[in-house]
Design a protein around this ligand. Structure first.
Ligand code: ADP
Ligand code: GLC
Length: 498
């Protein structure tokens, strides 16, 4: 099968969160299974042109008021040769930042920047003389490609191409002014907003949800949740309407990157289930490096996250009400926090860092430290308001750092709650999210750590054996592709209407 992944993030070229990991791991696995997979993404400013190869042809992409010209560069995913193509456009991508100059601010011209990516996907395929069986879009930045496929391209070379949209996070929809709709419309269709408009604004994700032939999201539990008002961000009605085309497929982990036995960032203290001693050494070094008291007896809780509301940061870190200050004051515990995001939260964490001897905060994005925290922590805290899948807890299970997580989305599908009577489980789950509950949950975890250490040891062993393989997830994606392709076979392009 020929599959084009159109995405705004791909590890290791550009990453702000789990989407980047999924885009590369899924592509790699599909290629390993024998499919012709290619990835298209923007060449952001930080991706050095010198590390890529420039193609001779340029692309002319129609964008609302005229044609934009982009160069195309190419490279591969490290190790396994999945081709990655980059759209290069100085005005739209030649600046620092993927979505904005700061993690909590979007660029004003994001509608044009990502419409260029979505429109560019079709021109790019024409340039290669390579018409894919599947165009697989991820989240709002490439969702319009599903819209454009149905609205314009099915009448052209793409009559047999399936449009698949994966929702990694419904909380980000790509909402812009209606004036920006021109980037996705044809000249002759300027007054037709059907499919593009939602609640008086242009909504990229909605356009994708309406037009994708198949929709997936990244865990079975989240697939059910987003059809309900509490988690639907206004689109639950539409998703319920499309429920029969919506499939929840759990993400996997790429264990060639995330395995304590081989993780290059942990060397020389790599460890495994049968030889766990290295974990204690990593913990010791982590404590020393972050300026925490070096003490193996005190449990270390790692938090590696984007600092945004979704992740429960208000309940945890907010000045005065947040639970963290009281937890650190009252309990014999340590925290290692790594993250960037909303400015108030970064500032508050720096403040807590200077006031509390048992909390260390690293501001910013740091791949190496994220691995080291997974390796050196005893627990990984994820009090998410919602969590489509979550990769941090999947990695932390492999590293024997037990998740403490809210029972939502993919966290429910990957973590087995501690059963005190049996002394089993892989983590600690709770339902309500409030500072009070967080305080109680940490109390429960501390009680288990100090009074039932044998349970912790057993849970760690069970956790480290858990595997969430991309092979299984990629098979499920192939199932969705096949189902969709059978469906559109019977539909003549002329009958497709939006
Ligand atoms: P999300 O995609 O919502 O951010 P996930 O748990 O799926 O959540 O994925 C988060 C990914 O981003 C993990 O690989 C995690 O290690 C990484 N990550 C998040 N914040 C940072 C950071 N500040 N530095 C390094 N890695 C980070
Ligand atoms: C999103 C979600 C996260 C998921 C990731 C990869 O950013 O917030 O839960 O794991 O995408 O699918």
């Amino acid at each position: 099968m020929r599959i084009l992944m159109v995405t705004s993030e791909v590890f290791p070229f550009a990453k702000t969160g789990g989407l980047a990991d999924v885009a590369s791991a899924l592509s790699r696995e599909l290629k390993r299974m024998g499919h012709d997979v290619r990835i298209l993404m923007p060449r952001y400013y930080h991706i050095d042109r010198a590390s890529l190869r420039k193609r001779d042809e340029a692309l002319g992409i129609w964008l609302g008021r005229g044609e934009e010209w982009t160069a195309v560069y190419e490279s591969e995913l490290p190790g396994d040769g999945v081709p990655v193509y980059f759209l290069d456009h100085e005005r739209y991508y030649g600046r620092d930042g993927i979505y904005g100059a700061r993690p909590d601010e979007g660029f004003k011209d994001n509608a044009a920047r990502f419409a260029l990516l979505s429109r560019g996907a079709f021109q790019f395929c024409r340039m290669l003389h390579w018409i894919p069986d599947v165009i697989h879009c991820h989240d709002w930045p490439s969702a319009p490609a599903c819209y454009l496929l149905k609205k314009e391209e099915r009448w052209r070379e793409f009559g047999k191409t399936l449009g698949v949209l994966t929702i990694h996070n419904l909380g980000y929809q790509g909402v812009f002014s209606l004036e920006d709709a021109l980037y996705l419309q044809r000249e002759s269709d300027r007054f037709n907003l059907s499919g593009l408009e939602f609640a008086g604004a242009l909504n990229f994700l909605k356009a994708g949800i309406i037009c994708a032939d198949e929709i997936t999201t990244v865990s079975p539990t989240y697939a059910g949740e987003i059809c309900r008002p509490e988690y639907g961000f206004g689109l639950d009605g539409l998703l319920t309407y499309r429920r029969s085309d919506l499939t929840g497929i759990l993400n996997g982990a790429d264990y060639s990157d995330w395995n304590p036995e081989t993780d290059r960032f942990l060397a020389p203290d790599n460890y495994s289930l049968d030889s766990i001693a290295g974990k204690a050494r990593v913990k010791k070094k982590l404590q020393a490096r972050l300026g925490l008291p070096v003490d193996s007896k005190v449990p270390l809780v790692g938090v590696v996250t984007r600092l945004v509301e979704q992740k429960g940061v208000v309940e945890l870190f907010a000045p005065v009400q947040g639970a963290l200050y009281s937890i650190c004051r009252d309990m014999a515990v340590q925290f290692a926090v790594l993250g960037s995001g909303e400015k108030w939260c970064e500032d508050e964490l720096e403040h807590l860092n200077s006031r509390l001897g048992n909390l260390a905060y690293y501001r910013g994005y740091n791949e190496e430290l994220s691995h080291y925290i997974q390796g050196g922590s005893d627990f990984c805290l994820m009090p998410s308001r919602y969590e489509p899948c979550g990769l941090s807890q999947i990695y932390s299970l492999a590293y024997g750092s037990l998740p403490i997580a809210r029972a939502t989305g993919g966290l429910v599908d990957t973590v087995e709650n501690y059963d005190q009577s049996a002394g089993r489980g892989t983590g600690f789950l709770f339902n309500d999210l409030s500072p009070h509950v967080l305080y109680q949950v940490l109390g429960w975890v501390m009680d288990t750590w100090y009074n039932r250490r044998d349970h912790i040891r057993r849970m760690r062993r069970i956790a480290m054996k858990k595997r969430f393989l991309w092979e299984t997830s990629a098979q499920a994606y192939l199932g969705v592709y096949e189902k969709g392709l059978t469906k559109i076979k019977g539909t003549s392009p002329g009958r497709v209407r939006v």
